[in-house]
Design a protein around this ligand. Structure first.
Ligand code: ADP
Ligand code: ZN
Length: 436
C-alpha cells in the first residue's frame, strides 16, 4: 500500500539518528527546565546545573520523576519556563482525578503540537478531502483545539461542533456530510443509539472514520463501534500534560499506537518500585517532553498503564508503539481483596451481543463485605421478549464476569438510554463505599 505520510523524514527515521535527535532535544529541554523555579530546585538536589551535564540518553534515569501532585503544587506558575509575553495559550487537564494541572504553550510549542496531530491524522488515511467534525470539548480541555489545528493544517474542512447536543451533531453530520469525527467512545455509542431513536438511516451519513480516545476502552468496544457504524475507528491517546491529543495514534493497520519519539521519550516503570521494566512488560508510562519550551516536563509519571509492542508495523514507521491503555494505576478497584480493572468488565460486556452501549459499575457495602453491581443497558428488542430470557441473560453475564474477574457481581439489566451519558469522559465507576 502506498499511503500518504505527513513527515516521512521524521516518521521513518533510523533508530540511531532518532536517538541523536532525542539527546539534542533532551539537553535543550533540561536548559528550559532550569529556567523554572520548580526544576531549578529539583535538579540542584542531584547536582545538575547545566544541560551539558547530560552526557547521553542513559542519564535520563538520573533525573527525578515529576508527578501530578508536583504539577498541582507548582500551580499556577512554578513550571513556566518562558516570560509571560512568550506564552500564548494555556490548557488544563480535565481534573478527572482531582485538581486540574496547567500547561503553558509558546507559539513554537503550538506549532510543534499541530505538526504532531497532523502526522496522526494522516496516518489514519484521512486527507484534505475529508470533512472533520470535532465533537470533543473546545476550551480548557485539550481535545477540541488540539485536534482542530492539526486538522486544519492537513487541510480538512473542520466543523468545530464541540461536545454534546446530540440532535445538532446529527444534523451537522447530515448537512455537511461529515466523513471523520473525533469523539469519546462512550459518546459515539450514544450517538449511534440516537440514530435509531431519531429513525435516521445509516446511509444518510457519510461517516467513514472515527478517532476515539480520551478514556480507556476495550478492543471489543472498538469492534462494536466499527460493526454497528460500519466505519474504521482509530485509537487516539494523549494527555494534557503532554500537550493533549497527538501523543500516540493508530495508523491504518491498527497495530497499536504509534508514539512520536522525536517529541517524547517514553519509559515504562513498575509503579510500586519505580524501577524501569524490560520491553514488553506492562507498567506505568513515564514521559519526558522533548520539544516544549513553555512547560518542559521531565519523567512525568502519567499513571496510565500499558506496554510497548515488539516488532514493526507494516506502515514502516520506526517510532515505537504502545498497546491500548489498560487504565490508570489509580483506576484499580479492590473488591473484597480482589484487584479489578474496569476495563476487564467492559471487555466481557462488549462481547455479549444483547448488551447495549452503556454500562455503570457500582460499589457499595453489605455489612462488612463489598458488593459489586454491574448495570448495563441491553438492546431495545429484548425488552419486548420473555422475562425468563432476561433472567437467563443476567445469569450468563454474571458467570462470564466471574470467570474474568474472579468476583461474581450482581447484574442489573436496564432499558436503552436509561443510564447516564457523559458528554466528556464517561464516569463508569460509582463507589458508594464509606471512606474510613
Ligand atoms: P485528566 O487526567 O484529568 O483526565 P486529561 O484531559 O489530560 O485529564 O486526560 C488524559 C488522560 O485520559 C490520560 O492520562 C488517560 O488516562 C486518558 N486517556 C486519554 N486517551 C486515552 C485512550 N486512547 N485510551 C485510554 N485512556 C486514555
Ligand atoms: Zn503503522
Amino acid at each position: 500500500m502506498n499511503l500518504p505520510v505527513w513527515n516521512p523524514a521524521i516518521e521513518f527515521m533510523e533508530r540511531e539518528a532518532l536517538e541523536r535527535l532525542q539527546l539534542a532535544h533532551l539537553r535543550q529541554t533540561v536548559a528550559w527546565a532550569l529556567k523554572t523555579p520548580f526544576y531549578r530546585g529539583r535538579l540542584a538536589e542531584i547536582g545538575l546545573r547545566h544541560p551539558e551535564d547530560i552526557a547521553g540518553l542513559r542519564d535520563l534515569r538520573k533525573l527525578p520523576y515529576t508527578t501530578k501532585d508536583d504539577l498541582r503544587e507548582a500551580y499556577p506558575r512554578g513550571l513556566l519556563a518562558v516570560d509571560l509575553e512568550q506564552a500564548v495559550r494555556l490548557h488544563t487537564s480535565s481534573g478527572t482525578t482531582g485538581m486540574p494541572t496547567v500547561i503553558y504553550h509558546s507559539r513554537q510549542d503550538l506549532d510543534r503540537w499541530t505538526e504532531l496531530v497532523a502526522r496522526c491524522i494522516v496516518a489514519t488515511g484521512a486527507t484534505a478531502a475529508d470533512v472533520f467534525q470535532n465533537m470533543t470539548g473546545y476550551g480548557l480541555f485539550t481535545g477540541g483545539l488540539g485536534l482542530h489545528y492539526g486538522a486544519e493544517r492537513v487541510g480538512m474542512l473542520v466543523i468545530p461542533a464541540s461536545s454534546g447536543n446530540t440532535g445538532r451533531q446529527l444534523h451537522l453530520m447530515q448537512s455537511f456530510q461529515t466523513t471523520v469525527v473525533l469523539v469519546t467512545p462512550c459518546y459515539l455509542l450514544h450517538l449511534l443509539a440516537a440514530l435509531d431513536v431519531e429513525g435516521i438511516p445509516r446511509d444518510r451519513l457519510a461517516l467513514r472514520k472515527a478517532f476515539i480516545g480520551a478514556e480507556p476502552h476495550s478492543e471489543q468496544t472498538r469492534r462494536k463501534i466499527e460493526e454497528l457504524f460500519r466505519i474504521d475507528a482509530y485509537n487516539s491517546y494523549g494527555l494534557s500534560e503532554m500537550n493533549g491529543p497527538g501523543v500516540a495514534f493508530e495508523c491504518v493497520y491498527k497495530t497499536g499506537l504509534h508514539l512520536w519519539e522525536d517529541a517524547y521519550i517514553l519509559e515504562m516503570i513498575d509503579p510500586r518500585t519505580l524501577e524501569p521494566l524490560p520491553e514488553g512488560k506492562t507498567g506505568e508510562i513515564v514521559m519526558t517532553t522533548l520539544q516544549r519550551q513553555a512547560t518542559p516536563l521531565l519523567r512525568y509519571r502519567t499513571r496510565d498503564l500499558s506496554h510497548l509492542l515488539e516488532g514493526h508495523c507494516p506502515c514502516g514507521r520506526t517510532h515505537r508503539r504502545l498497546a491500548r491503555i489498560k487504565g490508570r494505576s489509580d483506576d484499580m478497584l479492590i473488591v473484597n481483596g480482589v484487584n479489578i480493572f474496569p476495563s476487564q468488565i467492559e471487555d466481557v460486556l462488549m462481547k455479549v451481543p444483547e448488551v447495549g452501549t452503556n454500562y455503570l459499575i457500582q460499589l457499595d457495602k453489605r455489612g462488612s463485605l463489598d458488593r459489586l453491581v454491574v448495570k448495563t443497558e441491553i438492546c431495545a428488542k429484548l425488552f419486548t421478549g420473555e422475562p425468563n430470557a432476561l433472567d437467563d441473560l443476567r445469569e450468563r453475564i454474571g458467570e462470564w464476569l466471574r470467570s474474568a474477574i474472579l468476583v461474581k457481581p450482581a447484574v442489573e439489566l436496564h432499558e436503552p438510554g436509561s443510564l447516564p451519558v457523559s458528554e466528556g469522559k464517561a464516569k463508569r465507576v460509582v463507589d458508594l463505599r464509606p471512606a474510613f
